[in-house]
Design a protein around this ligand. Sequence first.
Ligand SMILES: NC(=O)c1ccc[n+]([C@@H]2O[C@H](COP(=O)([O-])OP(=O)(O)OC[C@H]3O[C@@H](n4cnc5c(N)ncnc54)[C@H](OP(=O)(O)O)[C@@H]3O)[C@@H](O)[C@H]2O)c1
Length: 252
Amino acid sequence: MGTTASTSKPVALVTGAGRITGIGFETVRQLAQQGFRVVLTARDDQAAQARAAQLRDESLDVIARVVDVNNPASVQALTAWVRESFGRLDVLINNAAGMSAYGEQAASADLDQAHAVIETTLFGSWRMAQALLPLLRQSPHGRIVNVSSGAGSHGDMAFGLNTGNAMGTSYALAKAALNALTVKLANEEPVNAGRRVLINAVCPGFTATFEGGEQMGARAVKDGAASVLWAALVPDDGPSGGFFRDGHPLPW
Ligand SMILES: NC(=O)c1ccc[n+]([C@@H]2O[C@H](COP(=O)([O-])OP(=O)(O)OC[C@H]3O[C@@H](n4cnc5c(N)ncnc54)[C@H](OP(=O)(O)O)[C@@H]3O)[C@@H](O)[C@H]2O)c1
């Protein structure tokens, strides 16, 4: 395990999975528990290696690789490695995201910081999708899951655009744009030999990835990750171009 040898197992790749308390790391674990060989990526090599080693200690099939989704050369290098190692990719989880300053307001936001948030969440996910779609089209069951948020929804009355959610304007705008990208990618995706890549956005729900989260009412990380996993496992006649939490449609 931990080699780059090709495999008959389905192969999944998760971005931004280097944090031990993060949804990305737990999503890697759950995908591997489902029988995937999982490429755990983070922008920090030591973090990626440590997290992957931890999951291999749980007898899971996990390989660490570095990728900074904002760096085209880094994304290209990862893509070349996936192509050479497996010749295809079955699941891409775009989990990496920019985080805005808590309480950031539209009228006063620092636009350089806002730009950086949108760069990672929207363009980073877009870059990964562009790079890896040719390999996902080689899979019999290709899937992209864009990890979004109810913060980017017009209709989520707990966290959405019409609420006072303090996650920050740029975070919400980036997720709304990621949802729109999901629709465009899904609608454009061609049918090849009777199959096509299914592309959905999901919200993991308010999840305790930070200290004190559960005391604030956030759900366990395993439950947030399960919401992501659902979209990775949708059947071939399942949805594409949708926005879901726990397998249920969310309003745009
Ligand atoms: N927690 C929640 O309540 C909640 C609710 C709704 C949606 N979500 C979404 O769920 C996903 C995971 O969130 P989380 O709570 O687990 O937070 P998180 O651990 O901070 O996840 C974000 C990850 O993205 C990585 N990242 C940032 N910029 C990157 C880049 N340029 N290239 C590659 N990776 C990069 C971060 O890596 P570093 O560790 O290197 O900074 C971090 O590991 C995010 O998309 C988030 O928006 C979370």
